[in-house]
Design a protein around this ligand. Structure first.
Ligand SMILES: [Zn+2]
Length: 193
């Protein structure tokens, strides 16, 4: 039986932890969930087993990161993909990033596969590759990469702090494009075995 894929929409929602908030007032947690749900739907169509760490806009109880990693580890998951939106002080910061964590070498090939699909399917997109000097917030988010047994990556799907990307992130079309990149990268990686 195929092993479980865990999709992790970052943050918990407006009450507990909205994540970054865009200049237009939209929440990172909402966009991460919407993209995550599209990835889930795509994987289900391919009969790939998938579980999400969060399926509600507002997770009422907790944003305990260990809950997310325990879920993946209890499934002995094949891969863990965390979905976030980026934020920077400069409103002009743009693009997507994929993070892995040192020592989790199994994740490198997964990150490469997804990056490859970004390049193929969204050639106009600015890709910020393998940034290793994260700020404090990013360090905290690395928890899910560090404590997940499965190869784990964290994808920043655009800058919600950039008004243009905030608007893009809210569209069904952009969300679907990013979801397809994630799905195709994951499928290619699974085929590599
Ligand atoms: Zn985040």
């Amino acid at each position: 039986m195929a092993k479980m894929i865990i999709i992790d929409p970052g943050h918990a929602g407006p009450t507990k932890d909205p994540g970054a908030v865009g200049p237009g007032g939209t929440f990172e947690s909402d966009r991460a969930l919407e993209i995550g749900l599209k990835v889930k739907a795509g994987l289900m169509r391919l009969n790939i087993p998938v579980t999400m760490t969060r399926e509600m806009y507002d997770q009422p109880v907790t944003d305990d990161l260990s809950y997310r990693t325990d879920l993946a580890n209890n499934y002995a998951a094949a891969a863990f993909i965390s979905i976030h939106c980026n934020a920077a002080e400069s409103p002009t910061a743009v693009g997507c990033e994929i993070w892995t964590t040192p020592g989790q070498t199994g994740a490198d090939s997964l990150a490469e596969a997804v990056l490859g699909e970004f390049e193929k399917q969204m050639p106009g997109l600015y890709l910020r590759k393998d940034t290793s000097d994260g700020d404090g917030d990013k360090e905290a988010r690395f928890y899910v990469l560090k404590y997940t047994d499965a190869p784990a990556i964290l994808i920043e799907t655009g800058f919600i702090s950039n008004p243009e990307e905030e608007a893009l992130l809210a569209t069904d079309a952009y969300q679907q494009q990013v979801a397809q990149v994630i799905i195709d990268g994951l499928v290619a990686w699974l085929k590599e075995g």
